[in-house]
Design a protein around this ligand. Sequence first.
Ligand code: HEC
Ligand code: HEC
Ligand code: HEC
Ligand code: HEC
Ligand code: HEC
Ligand code: HEC
Ligand code: HEC
Ligand code: HEC
Ligand code: HEC
Length: 426
Amino acid sequence: MQMVRHTQRWFGCILIGFAAAAMFGCSDDDSGADDSGPFAGGFLGLGNVERNVTRCGECHPAQQANWAETDHAHAFQTLADIGRESTDLICARCHNVSDLGNDLMDDSLGYVMDANPRLRNVQCENCHGPGAEHLADPTNAPFPPIGVDLDLGCGECHQDAHHPFVEEWIDSAHAESHVSGSSFGLNVAQDPRCAYCHVAQSFIEFVKSDGTNTVITTEPEPITCVACHDPHGNGSEGQLRQIAGEPINCAFCHNSGDATIGDEPHHPQANVILGEAGYFFDGVENPGASTHGSLINNPDLCAGCHVVTVPYMREGDLEIPAQVGHTFLAIPVIDETTGERNVEDCMVCHSNPTLLLERYEQRIEPLFEELEAALEAVPESQRQTEAYLGALFNFELLEADSSRGIHNPPLSTVLLESSIAALEDL
Ligand code: HEC
Ligand code: HEC
Ligand code: HEC
Ligand code: HEC
Ligand code: HEC
Ligand code: HEC
Ligand code: HEC
Ligand code: HEC
Ligand code: HEC
């Protein structure tokens, strides 16, 4: 047994070469110790505890280097810092190697069975599953789930009242994006023009190829955690995936490309907020990006209003679950005691956003209604005019934006008012 293990270790060292071997400490640092696995269930764990190098990482140095910079790589220390390093099931399973995140069904395996330091932290094998078989035959690679659920993938740990990511995500439209429009016969998953925004695997390939390639798969998943988050980390905040060196953001999918008069714009949120959309009649000026769309004033842009978090609280016997912003709705936060929307994030800039919202709705809603009525009143014979087509485009643009003007208040007001005026002149 011991012999076999050492041979395999050498195989790893040869694969990554001497420079990397020196870097990751591939030398046999555990001679004499009898605790280096494989452990029950087939887990390999860390090869070098001091340097936090996983056995997997000895042969996969790129993933190892990225992983080492993530919070997963010191999840055990987080517990130790507050004196909770024991193997009690309550904390240990989510912060160390275990059955969570992979296909194993036996919850007694990993750190909770054997408090070996090699099994500390959320390692490769939490997501990929045990590696012993792969070590014996490298062509038999352990693949992690792309899907997510309370009993699957990232969601197995990122759940409950303290961090309800999967619970919130399940309620979001993203959890159904692979079947968008199926009720009216569309198949976004099998159409390469659609799949790269609607299907996790297709989007991941698109991002990894810097926007040059995509894949169509027979088992499409919606926009799950690993669509937006790089499981291995890459230095960007929150482990967000990067495209062309920049963390991906909502605007990447929520934009309408260069839709213009004559087209029907879809999901133009980014274009509207940045002031890059709309049909401008003669003499009408584009007010451009509003403060909401200014990267200087609102650096997180969409996430600044749509990924809002409120920490977990306990008041006596009352547990108030955390909110982690993964319904992706703007100001989604409902105050438990009043039942009202919590607009705290708007208060960075506005002193009374609730009042402002009410006043603004009173001002903007009538403009939507007025424009809709004016469009309906245009006779068939006038529907090829610039006035009609321009006004129709502006109306559909702001309807598809779905924020009732909030994304860009000045632009929305200008587009609605100038469209109404153009139709009056017909
Ligand atoms: C002894 C060296 C070695 C170790 C240790 C090792 N791997 Fe591998 N791994 C390989 C080799 C070699 C391949 C390529 C096999 C092939 O050509 O099919 C591979 C392939 C893979 C692949 C497929 C990659 C792809 O793009 O298709 C995954 C995933 C993987 N390994 C994960 C792991 C995980 C997780 C661990 C730890 C449990 C691990 N490996 C440990 C050598 C190793
Ligand atoms: C075995 C449980 C487990 C699994 C599976 C797991 N995580 Fe985690 N994750 C944790 C723990 C525990 C932390 C906190 C570590 C710490 O701060 O010490 C964490 C932290 C994170 C963070 C950093 C949070 C921050 O505050 O910056 C991100 C991002 C993350 N996980 C994403 C993922 C994704 C994406 C997946 C699936 C591909 C995943 N996790 C799978 C347990 C897990
Ligand atoms: C269901 C899985 C799970 C369990 C059980 C769990 N944790 Fe965590 N823990 C996580 C995840 C996931 C994170 C990262 C959360 C985030 O980034 O929002 C985390 C983060 C933390 C953090 C970092 C600070 C923070 O809140 O972000 C501490 C401290 C912590 N956990 C302590 C504990 C303790 C103590 C226990 C046992 C009483 C425990 N955890 C049980 C999954 C779990
Ligand atoms: C939080 C979960 C998670 C952890 C931890 C994790 N992986 Fe992965 N890994 C994934 C997922 C999901 C994929 C497939 C999606 C993708 O390629 O981004 C993947 C893909 C891979 C691949 C295929 C090539 C690639 O990069 O896409 C290799 C090799 C790999 N992981 C090795 C490792 C090694 C080695 C470690 C530890 C140092 C590790 N992984 C840690 C979830 C994880
Ligand atoms: C650039 C990314 C992107 C592409 C490409 C894309 N979509 Fe979408 N799609 C989105 C976004 C974002 C939404 C959510 C829009 C919203 O609610 O404002 C969406 C929503 C939808 C919806 C509405 C879901 C509902 O019931 O409200 C349907 C249907 C749809 N898309 C079909 C398609 C089809 C068919 C294609 C290919 C011809 C496609 N999409 C291409 C990003 C995209
Ligand atoms: C549509 C993209 C998207 C999806 C899908 C998504 N996230 Fe996130 N997530 C984000 C963004 C954006 C942030 C904010 C990142 C930042 O801190 O700048 C974030 C933040 C996080 C954080 C870090 C919070 C912190 O305290 O910094 C964790 C942990 C996380 N997500 C886990 C998950 C899990 C688990 C899932 C699946 C259930 C998931 N995410 C699905 C976009 C996404
Ligand atoms: C990979 C592409 C992609 C990314 C990235 C993405 N979305 Fe989406 N989003 C979609 C698609 C596709 C839908 C439509 C799903 C459906 O309704 O069928 C959608 C739907 C939504 C909806 C619901 C809209 C409605 O009409 O009900 C909201 C809100 C939303 N996204 C916000 C966000 C935010 C905020 C971010 C960034 C944190 C983000 N999205 C990132 C593709 C994406
Ligand atoms: C200033 C804050 C703010 C910013 C920044 C912002 N939004 Fe919004 N968004 C809102 C508000 C407020 C609504 C209306 C929500 C409501 O009333 O439910 C909204 C609505 C939406 C909707 C429709 C949701 C639904 O339920 O139909 C989508 C999709 C959306 N925003 C995506 C985005 C994207 C993508 C970005 C970045 C390009 C973004 N938002 C930037 C505040 C903001
Ligand atoms: C980064 C600062 C900032 C944030 C965050 C912000 N706003 Fe604004 N908002 C402004 C400024 C400044 C204006 C004035 C118009 C302009 O210059 O763009 C404005 C204008 C508005 C208007 C139009 C008021 C009018 O009379 O024209 C509404 C409504 C509004 N914001 C609602 C919100 C809501 C709701 C949120 C939170 C979801 C929010 N804002 C978050 C800075 C912000």
